[in-house]
Design a protein around this ligand. Sequence first.
Ligand code: PMV
Length: 347
Amino acid sequence: QTITEGKVSYKSPSNIALVKYWGKKENQLPQNPSISFTLDACATTTTVSFKKLDKLSDNYSFDLWFEGKVKEDFKPKIVTFFSRVAVYLPFLKAYHFTIETSNSFPHSSGIASSASGMSALALCMVALEKQLNPEMNDDYFVQKASFLARLGSGSACRSIEGDIVQWGKHEKTKGSSDLFGIKYPYVVHDNFKRFHDTILLVDKGQKQVSSTVGHNLMHNHPYATQRFEQAHDNLDKLIAVFKSGDLKEFIAIVESEALTLHAMMMTSMPYFILMKPNTLEIINKIWEFREKSGSNVCFTLDAGANVHVLYPENEKDIVFQFIKEELIAYCENQQYICDRIGFGAKQ
Ligand code: PMV
């Protein structure tokens, strides 16, 4: 089918890893499996308008608008993405694209938009492919979107579906693959339904070391082998935890994963630290509060200083009160984002 012009649009969420992806092989393939909660509030909305060119372009023909303004400095990322996915999207050089994108969260909040941004763009591209090939089935659509998103930013492949997504070959998880994320295929206890994630914005600045550099430092890392094995073990344990609803064990796995991620950064060569003093203040406050109240609140971290505070739905009132009274003071300009588990990208 030939289509001369049209428009596709997707809103795609961010995600927060419980077992972390840190270290990759060639072609954005992960060194270990990871699993995440898909988020709800933190999302990118992308609209791609496309127009058929008279002849194939030599390069990729597109312009890029971010929150209503032309954004030249994002273009190289898109060019890299297009060059990686071109073999899977043969129509890419036949169209001019106008890409308009915006985030639900404030820019320069220190929240990485690569997962939501790359997944939204990947979805738009597969949506265009579906217009050209209307027989494409839904399973293929979702899998291809995740596959392409991975080539944009590894963790973006976990943002297409909800509410829990696993990426990376893992012996015990049927259907798992290094090539794309899959919706977690086993039983999940009610304790984990609609879990909350309040994101405390500790440091809104640009991080000093990009995740690309960080991933690459896992080559020749002295603890790499053990770390990759540990991720497999933690995933084994999480499968049991998701089934039983054991929140104490959940906390132990998730917090250990967060600290291990940062331990890998601190023990690479060159070494670096992305946590800030307030990151540690918050962690200590969470531990104190848990000890005192018996709550099941816990934390996880991304590749940055911000803290994700995770808690079950039935504790939302007491934990949120604690957050407001004791943790917000450690955030830059008292800023935080209330998020929770979501159900994946939407048209
Ligand atoms: O998707 P990338 O290449 O930005 O890597 C993300 C890595 C972490 O956020 C630190 C962990 C993860 O699994 O999301």
